[in-house]
Write a protein that binds this ligand. Structure first.
Ligand code: ZN
Length: 487
């Protein structure tokens, strides 16, 4: 049985879905006003592995990952210009052009990382009506107040009936005391109150009509509204980066409890952060490396390009609840590790079985299963696969033998755990375009035609194929049994 760490209870608990055989999961997706960076890759890959594992266990999964395209303000959740609207204003674009531009790039990066698309990807801007209805429910329940066309959540009032801060472990008394309003001119009663609806200032170009003002929803609201719309008033798993735990997820719990009178989410899961040389990623540290820069090796902090599969493997080598520190050394080690695994897999595919096995592949499947079941321990799965790689190498080096049954079992364990669950592309060059194997076959085919041309002394055709492949970036080398190529 799958056991996962629940941030709310701070315990590793068995997953007991609300509906038998079905799991509903919601993950906070990206705010699309800039290119995806390494920090975006981690939650995407963490919850992709959870999604893949649930599918492997036979669950039907409704996986909702939202797109924040409105209400993410510059200074904090409640103040400043909308980040997307600002970019649109500066570049004279429609806000939805900004959203579409970065969303397309995000999807492309996710495809390269072999992250499966969620089953629903709702946009905040497409759910304004649902968000207004949600605000009405919170107002009706008495946990919000209107102030000058905006609506704020009343944290102090809520905390009298429920406990605000239970997810992040914040002490509300302290919070009420330390969050004094600085200028005394704010519309909020308390600095820790947060916006459910904001009246649009004249410079705001994204706004909608509401009973309170022409305005826009507060950032935290979209996840409560869209999560319950698609997954029901109670659903199984809510995930996201640990940086979202406070205030975002804390506010989500408060909103849903205030509006619906009950706890919506059964399991809260958070992935830890990626640091760069021990520092948080951020514009101010100049260590904000986008995924495309990783794939192309174009950031000054990078000594080389790293393939999407190297990035994926690097992230999966750590448990999702540990921090991961990026460095060129660590990524180069991941690149080598991943290469060892792909080499072993290629050898595995070519092994001819013997009558007897002298290697032990028994129990490998159970070990991988147990590792995943104990809070998704991907590093343990990888170390089991490395153990298996040693056995594969022993067989291909003639130091051991493997029977037909054991060989089939070993191939299946690699398929299930490395390819299906961890989502690693073990075939091809890891370029990650989803067609690696076919593309490799096509290049091989061209080079076979070249071999034929050579044996017919048709030098013109042979040279043409080599030179034109070279022009697009392929190195072709003749060897004594044929050819080799690389990019
Ligand atoms: Zn969210």
């Amino acid at each position: 049985m799958l056991r996962i760490y629940n941030s709310l209870t701070r315990l590793v608990e068995p997953l007991k879905p609300i509906h038998e055989g079905r799991v509903g999961m919601y993950v906070c997706g990206p705010t699309v006003y800039g290119d995806g960076h390494l920090g975006h890759a981690r939650p995407a890959i963490t919850f992709d592995v959870l999604y893949r594992y649930l599918l492997h266990l036979g669950y039907k999964v409704r996986y909702v990952r939202n797109i924040t395209d409105v209400g993410h303000l510059e200074h904090d959740a409640d103040e400043g210009e909308d980040k997307i609207a600002k970019k649109a204003r500066l570049e004279q674009l429609e806000p939805m052009e900004v959203v579409q531009h970065y969303l397309t790039r995000y999807h492309r990066a996710m495809d390269k990382l072999n992250v499966l698309p969620p089953t629903i990807e709702p946009h905040a801007s497409g759910h304004i009506i649902e968000q207004i209805e949600f605000v009405k429910k919170i107002l009706d329940a008495g946990y919000a107040y209107e102030s000058n066309g905006s609506v704020y959540f009343d944290v102090e009032k809520y905390n009298k009936d429920h406990r605000y801060g239970k997810l992040s472990g914040r002490n509300i008394e302290e919070l009420l005391e330390t969050t004094r309003d600085l200028d005394g001119q704010t519309e909020k009663r308390r600095a820790c109150d947060f916006a459910l609806w904001k009246k649009a200032q004249p410079e705001h170009i994204m706004h909608w009509p509401s009973p309170w003002s022409e305005g826009f929803p507060g950032w935290h609201l979209e996840c409560s509204a869209m999560g319950t719309k698609y997954l029901g008033e109670e659903f199984d798993i809510h995930g996201g980066g640990i940086d979202l735990m406070f205030p975002h997820h804390e506010c989500e719990i408060a909103q849903s409890t205030a509006a619906l009178g009950k706890e919506t989410v059964h399991y809260w899961m958070h992935n830890n952060m990626i640091t760069i040389a021990g520092k948080k990623m951020g514009k101010s540290y100049n260590n904000f490396i986008t995924l495309d820069e990783f794939f192309e090796g174009t950031h000054p902090l990078l000594t080389q390009a790293y393939s999407p599969m190297t990035i994926r493997f690097f992230i999966l080598q750590a448990h999702y609840r540990s921090t991961v520190d990026f460095s060129n050394d660590a990524l180069q080690a991941a690149e080598k590790g991943f290469e060892r695994l792909t080499d072993a897999y290629a050898r595995l595919m070519k092994i001819k079985p013997s009558a007897e096995s002298s290697v032990d592949v028994k129990g490998l499947r159970e070990k991988c299963e147990e590792a995943m079941e104990e809070d998704l321990s991907t590093p343990l799965v990888i170390s089991n696969l490395f153990e298996a790689s040693k056995a594969i190498n022993a067989v291909t080096d003639g130091k051991a033998t493997i029977s037909e049954t054991d060989l089939a079992e070993l191939k299946d364990v690699f398929k299930v755990f490395a390819i299906d669950v961890l989502g690693l592309k073990l075939e091809g060059n890891g370029a990650g375009d989803g067609n690696d194997a076919k593309y490799k076959q096509a290049v091989d085919l061209l080079l076979q035609i070249r071999m034929q041309a050579k044996s017919n002394k048709d030098w013109a055709t042979s040279d043409k194929i080599r030179d034109e492949l070279k022009a697009i970036g392929f190195n072709v080398k003749d060897t004594k049994d044929g050819f080799e190529w690389s990019i």
